[in-house]
Design a protein around this ligand. Structure first.
Ligand code: PEP
Length: 251
C-alpha cells in the first residue's frame, strides 16, 4: 500500500507573526511544485490566524503544536480543538518530547488530548520516542510500546487510521544526531507491527509514520527511501525556507 508522504515543520517557540507569515508564503510556493505529497506547518498559537490567512489558497496544511483535552472550560493557558478548527487548523502535534520532558505531560494527558483532537476532526500527530538512557538500557521498544498503546487508548479503529505517528528519538531532537535510516526503519516497522496487533493489518498499513530528529537536507532522501518511513517532522531545518524546500523536494 502506498502512503502519501507528509513533510511537517514544527516551528516551536520561534518566529513572530510577521516572520511566520513570510515563511508560510515561501513554503506555499515550495509545496505548489508537488501534488504527490502533503506539507504541514505548525506555527505558534499566536501566529495561527495570520498564517491561516496566508495559506487560504494553498494546499499546505496548518497544524498546531499542542491542543487541550476539553473543547472549552476553565483551563487557563490552554487552546481547545474547537478554537483551532475555527481558525482552519487541520492537524495537531500531540505528545512532543518537549511537552513530555519540559512540561511534564504524561501518556494519560497525551491520550486525552488525542481523543479530543479526533472528536473535533483534527488529525493528531502523536509523537513518541525514547531518551538516550532508555536506548542505552535497551528499553527502546518497551518505552515505545507503552507510549503508543497508552496514547491510542480508546481510539476506535475507524479513527485510528486518521492518526499520524511521529517517531522522534529524544536524543536526536535538536542535537544534530540523527537515527540512522536503518535504526529508524527498524522502529517504524516495529510500530507498524504494534498497530497490526492493536487494530489490524490494514490500519497498520494505512497509518503514516513520520521520523523526526535532526532531519536535514542531506539525510532526508535516505530516510524517505526506507519502506516504513512516510515523512518527516522537522524542527530546526523547517525554519529556513531553503532547507525545508530541499526536504519537501525529497526524491
Ligand atoms: C522536532 O522538534 O520535532 C524536531 C525533530 O526537531 P529537530 O528537527 O530540530 O531535531
Amino acid at each position: 500500500m502506498s502512503r502519501r508522504p507528509l513533510l511537517a515543520g514544527n516551528w516551536k517557540m520561534y518566529l513572530t507573526s510577521g516572520e511566520a507569515v513570510r515563511l508560510a508564503q515561501a513554503i506555499a510556493a515550495i509545496s505548489r511544485e508537488h501534488t504527490d505529497r502533503d506539507v504541514m506547518v505548525a506555527p505558534s498559537f499566536t501566529s495561527l490566524a495570520a498564517v491561516a490567512a496566508e495559506l487560504r489558497n494553498s494546499a499546505v496544511l496548518l497544524g498546531a503544536q499542542n491542543v487541550a483535552w476539553e473543547q472549552e472550560g476553565a483551563y487557563t493557558g490552554e487552546i481547545s480543538p474547537r478554537m483551532l478548527t475555527d481558525l482552519g487548523v487541520r492537524m495537531a502535534i500531540i505528545g512532543h518530547s518537549e511537552r513530555r520532558h519540559i512540561f511534564g505531560e504524561d501518556n494519560v494527558m497525551v491520550n486525552q488530548r488525542l481523543l479530543a483532537a479526533l472528536d473535533a476532526g483534527l488529525v493528531p500527530v502523536l509523537c513518541i520516542g525514547e531518551t538516550l538512557d532508555e536506548r542505552q538500557a535497551e528499553a527502546t521498544f518497551k518505552v515505545l510500546e507503552t507510549q503508543l498503546c497508552e496514547g491510542l487508548e480508546n481510539v476506535p479503529p475507524a479513527r485510528a487510521e486518521q492518526v499520524v505517528l511521529a517517531y522522534e528519538p529524544v536524543w536526536a531532537i535538536g542535537t544534530g544526531k540523527t537515527a540512522t535510516p536503518q535504526q529508524a526503519q527498524e522502529v517504524h516497522h516495529f510500530l507498524r507491527q504494534l498497530l497490526a496487533g492493536l487494530y489490524d493489518k490494514k490500519i497498520a498499513e494505512t497509518v503514516r509514520v513520520l521520523y523526526g530528529g535532526s532531519v536535514k537536507p542531506d539525510n532526508i532522501d535516505e530516510l524517505m527511501a526506507q519502506p516504513d518511513i512516510d515523512g518527516a517532522l522537522v524542527g530546526g531545518a523547517a525554519l529556513n525556507p531553503d532547507s525545508f524546500a530541499r526536504i519537501v523536494h525529497f526524491t
